[in-house]
Write a protein of this length. Structure first.
Length: 562
């Protein structure tokens, strides 16, 4: 009996010593992990920024028995004195994360397998602010390095200069099942000579079901990072590129894992009235307002975007888009030579990094163009209502199928205008093919634009249809246009006004106070309609839209004017 009692006591004492040893080891290992991870994080931030950014990690607490890790706060601050001493200063960065916790950490995986596996990770709140540093006046700009030949995706992948992260405590792989950052805030500011630009996100949340990270793999590869259910949602976004303009978003949803993007209630417009905007301009600029109800994109290659900067998207859907452009002729034109507009082909070949969008669909949208003359009290307005557009093969630079555009709209809310265009963006010169048709509408529907921009008014008339085709090659556009109209009547509203352009175009006879136009085409149901065939060469000083309009105008004048 006594022997058995001694055996039991010995076993119990050994067990207690073993447990005590394990507890002592875990406590020391606990402190080793806390110190090692903390020092690694602080060193990584300092080393990669030359000491400009400093990470302060507060109260890192690792509890191996409970399998949890937490820290009260993580703060990143900027050493502004050291930053100013750099040739190219880094942005002033301020980050604060509060109440961060990682739960159900696999202690055995951490000890034996050098893997960091956890069930959940998150912070109560995260705030980040970036202030972009403007170079000091008088500082000579750094010389731009010589342009290197463009890299292929394979080259970019194999020769990526970004350094691989050093594994902390020998840990090579991280796996976290549930990620939740429910309260994120972000602000970005840049001070410029003409004012401050800013970007703010009032509220965002970042969640995910699983994230796998291998710090030793090449950044940007599937082995380096993979995820399931990773999503960023944000609301009340505001971007002010200058003091007079603001872009706002009610909400944005970025599905990183399922490659989706959705935007709701976007608006880009001046923050002042048109009159205030005009008073603040020194030279002529178009006032532009853009808005849309929703944007939805599928097949967004986020990994390619991060790795190469290229945009690859399968499909983009815009609904309820509205574009409102005002050209205020009361403002003086900019001094110096006119702006040179590159051809679509030249512009496409200069795009870098590349953009690849297979399909863009626009629905339930509209475009308005307004023009304010110096001697007019209000602008003339040209509306394109019920706009629907389908654009295929937006590949910039292009080396494949041509860009294709199919669009339909109601001109001034009346006649249905439909066009089909193809633009080979890899062609060696300016070329495209376009066909279109305008359906029945009263010609007087154009008066809200004509009477405010030209000294004419449509008295009467009906368009039955206008059929047109353009074929541009080598910079010359061949136009064929057949308008079917009847009962056309036009009055000059101000013969002493700005009619020089009409005289030059042949629309008004010199010394006459009335227009010499045909009232109908064809002259009778039995006659063949008149068809205009004209040619116009592209001038780089003209915008593409202006070039298309002048091409159509040439054809119309040839038929309408006697």
């Amino acid at each position: 009996m006594q022997t058995r009692r001694w055996v039991r006591l010995t076993v119990v004492a050994a067990a207690l010593l073993l447990l005590g040893g394990i507890a002592t080891y875990l406590l020391s290992w606990d402190r080793y992990v806390e110190t090692g991870l903390g020092r690694w994080a602080v060193a990584e931030v300092a080393e990669r920024t030359g000491g400009v950014y400093r990470l302060d990690l507060g109260d890192l607490d690792f509890r191996p028995m409970a399998g949890s890790m937490s820290f009260d706060s993580a703060i990143v601050v900027t050493d502004t004195a050291l930053d100013r001493a750099r040739g190219a200063p880094l942005p002033v960065l301020s980050v604060r994360a509060v109440g961060c916790r990682i739960s159900r950490v696999s202690v055995l995986g951490l000890m034996l397998g050098k893997r960091f596996t956890a069930h959940a990770m998150g912070c109560q709140s995260v705030f980040a602010a970036i202030d972009l540093v403007t170079p000091r006046s008088g500082t000579p700009p750094a010389k731009a390095p010589p342009k290197a030949p463009p890299k292929t995706p394979q080259d970019s992948l194999s020769s990526d200069p970004r350094p691989v992260l050093r594994p902390p405590l020998g840990i090579r792989k991280f796996q976290i099942s549930n990620i939740a950052f429910p309260a994120l805030q972000f602000s970005l500011r840049r001070h410029k000579l003409k004012g401050e630009a800013s970007f703010e996100i009032e509220h965002a949340r970042f969640v995910g079901k699983r994230v796998d990270l291998d710090v030793t793999a090449t950044p940007g590869t599937p082995e380096a990072f993979s995820s399931v259910g990773l999503r960023l949602e944000a609301s009340h976004l505001l971007f002010k590129p200058d003091p007079l303009t603001a872009l706002s978003l009610d909400g944005i949803d970025i599905g990183i894992t399922d490659s989706t993007l959705s935007v709701s209630r976007l608006a880009l417009a001046p923050t002042v009235t048109d009159e205030e905007w005009q008073r603040k301009q020194k030279v002529r600029h178009d006032r532009i307002r853009v808005s849309l109800d929703t944007l939805a994109a599928a097949g967004v290659a986020y990994r390619t975007l991060v790795r190469t900067g290229e945009v690859h998207v399968r499909r983009v859907m815009l609904r309820g888009a509205r574009l409102d452009v005002l050209s205020d002729k009361r403002l003086p034109a900019a001094a110096g030579p006119k702006k040179v507009h590159a051809s679509p082909q030249a512009s496409a070949q200069e795009v870098a990094p590349a953009v690849r969008i297979d399909t863009i669909v626009v629905d339930s949208s509209e475009v308005s163009y307004s023009e304010r003359k110096p001697d007019k009290e209000r602008p003339g307005r040209l509306d394109f209502k019920s706009l629907a557009v389908r654009i295929s093969d937006v590949h910039l630079p292009s080396s494949g199928p041509p860009l294709a555009i199919d669009a339909s709209t109601r001109l001034m809310g009346q006649g249905v205008l439909s066009v089909h265009a193809t633009v080979p963006l890899d062609a060696p010169d300016f070329r495209f093919a376009l066909t279109g048709r305008l359906g029945p509408m009263p010609i007087g529907a154009l008066n809200p634009f004509l009477t405010e921009t030209m000294p004419v008014k449509i008295k009467d008339g009906q368009i039955d249809s206008v059929i047109f085709a353009m074929n541009a090659t080598g910079g010359a556009n061949a136009i064929t246009l057949t308008p079917y109209f009847r009962d056309l009547g036009i009055d000059i509203t101000n013969p002493k006004g700005n009619v020089r352009g009409f005289v030059k175009a042949g629309l008004i006879e010199v010394g006459a106070n009335s227009l010499k136009v045909r009232s109908r085409n064809p002259d009778s149901p039995k006659d063949r309609p008149r068809t205009a065939k004209v040619s116009r060469r592209y001038e780089p000083s003209q915008s593409w839209i202006s070039f298309l309009w002048l091409s159509l105008r040439d054809g119309l004048l040839k038929v309408v004017v006697k």
